[in-house]
Design a binder for this molecule. Structure first.
Ligand code: AMP
Length: 271
């Protein structure tokens, strides 16, 4: 596993390879990330993982400051997996040195879910993904369905611009079905028990959308119940179509999306 600390070293090391699988991350490596790496390792000749906490996608300074960082531990886990050929640890300059102002604007129809509640977040994500793709030139990029809207927007953006494919990977959960996330490191045991209960409730809610005539009003009611029962703040609870992310009036081809705060930590999930 070769560690690439700057772009010069990256360009030199990657030159011979054109079947590259790329797993972009912000570190705090967990089994969710490892499942993306495994898939890349199976489908591509070489796998490169990046670790870069992109300040431009944080709409909240506190969130950026508290984001879990532990490069030493991350490298240890990645090395142990024996599935990673390169780890790219760019500096801010490596990514943003061409000061060209990016012209990323979301379409009105995409200003939903997290885009609505985290202003500028996806503009930051799409900007960094454009820059990383230009630098790494991967054949395939592996991204998790846990961040479904991110996957949806990045796929749409990158596949029209570059010769790369964005490959969706399923959500990995802990034994209590809580979706793995680097942010879970900021939760205590009680929070994790609550998160597991919320997951169970969401499964139930999704099941019950089946015979409902007015799903949005049913979900509104359930949102209030969740808020009261678990004392959480909820940004959204919506059933949306997986192909266009429009509000859905049927369970078919749809996922239930939620964003909520537990212990001041913003968590998202979809099922
Ligand atoms: P992050 O480090 O949180 O930016 O995530 C890097 C990549 O890992 C993104 O494509 C995420 O969607 C993916 N990922 C994060 N958590 C999970 C999970 N529990 N299961 C599958 N993929 C995940």
């Amino acid at each position: 596993m070769k560690i690439l600390l700057n772009n010069t070293s990256l360009f030199e090391s990657l030159r011979p390879f054109n079947d590259l699988g790329f797993v972009p991350t912000m570190g705090g490596i967990h089994k969710g990330h490892l499942s993306l790496i495994n898939k890349s390792n199976k489908l591509c000749k070489k796998t490169i993982v990046s670790i870069f906490v992109n300040p431009k996608q944080f709409n909240n300074k506190k969130d950026l400051k508290s984001y879990p960082r532990n490069i030493k531990k991350d490298l240890k886990i990645l090395k142990k997996s024996k599935k990673v050929d390169f780890v790219y640890l760019p500096t801010f300059k490596d990514i943003y040195k061409d000061k060209k102002k990016s012209k990323i604007t979301l379409q009105k129809k995409d200003k939903i879910l997290c885009a609505k509640f985290r202003k500028g977040h996806f503009e930051g994500v799409l900007d960094v993904m454009n820059k990383l793709t230009k630098i790494v030139k991967p054949k395939k990029i592996f991204m998790g369905e846990k961040d479904f809207q991110q996957l949806y927007l990045v796929k749409k953006e990158l596949e029209k611009k570059y010769k790369t494919k964005v490959i969706p990977c399923k959500t990995i959960r802990d034994r209590d079905n809580v979706a793995l996330s680097s942010r879970n490191l900021l939760l205590n045991k009680t929070n994790l028990i609550t998160a597991a209960k919320i997951y169970e409730t969401l499964v139930d809610i999704k099941k019950n959308t089946k015979n409902k005539k007015n799903i949005p009003s049913f979900l509104n009611l359930k949102k209030k119940e969740l808020k009261n029962n678990y004392k959480i703040k909820i940004d959204y609870l919506e059933l949306r179509n997986i192909n266009n992310l429009k509000i859905s009036s049927t369970k078919k081809n749809s996922r239930l999306f939620i964003a909520y705060y537990l212990n001041n930590v913003r968590l998202i999930d979809n099922l």
